[in-house]
Design a protein around this ligand. Sequence first.
Ligand SMILES: CC(C)(COP(=O)(O)OP(=O)(O)OC[C@H]1O[C@@H](n2cnc3c(N)ncnc32)[C@H](O)[C@@H]1OP(=O)(O)O)[C@@H](O)C(=O)NCCC(=O)NCCS
Length: 148
Amino acid sequence: MIRKFRCSDLKDILEIEKRAFPKSPYNRFTFWYYASAYADNFLVYVHEDKEKGLNKIVGYITFYPSGHIVSIAVHPANRRRGIGTELVREVLKRTKGNASVEVRESNEVAKEFYKHLGFSLRTIIPKYYGDEDALVMIRKGSESSFIL
Ligand SMILES: CC(C)(COP(=O)(O)OP(=O)(O)OC[C@H]1O[C@@H](n2cnc3c(N)ncnc32)[C@H](O)[C@@H]1OP(=O)(O)O)[C@@H](O)C(=O)NCCC(=O)NCCS
């Protein structure tokens, strides 16, 4: 199930973040900022274990209203099950299929992931991450005049 972020999700999100980006995880203040400034654009994927009556956050996405993805991560134990795809598709539903994202040049998994979702390379920003270039990848919807 995908729903909007709630304050009680933060603990699970920080855990996912640490595992997904061990070198430079966002901290709680960054997540609070996105939750308050872009409340409609901070979504979480909730795994429901009906037998145990437990709900756990296993993924999240933050994005700007334009469709620019700020961050996405899925807990390592839940990857390759289509959760990331579902999260991005929620964004695409709201932006008529348009989206953009910066990806670390070395992040082969993310590059494959976005290609799979119809993104392609738009440009490269040298040293965007200080130590590394960013690939700017975009996806254009069928009926739009999306400009990055
Ligand atoms: C990128 C990420 C969000 C993908 O989430 P996910 O739920 O595992 O992705 P999905 O299951 O929806 O994968 C969709 C497709 O992406 C590609 N893909 C995903 N993981 C892949 C991997 N490890 N190797 C190669 N291709 C991969 C495949 O084409 C996959 O389709 P398939 O499983 O039918 O082959 C997840 O790997 C993650 O959290 N990574 C760490 C954080 C990160 O790098 N975020 C992106 C920063 S820009």
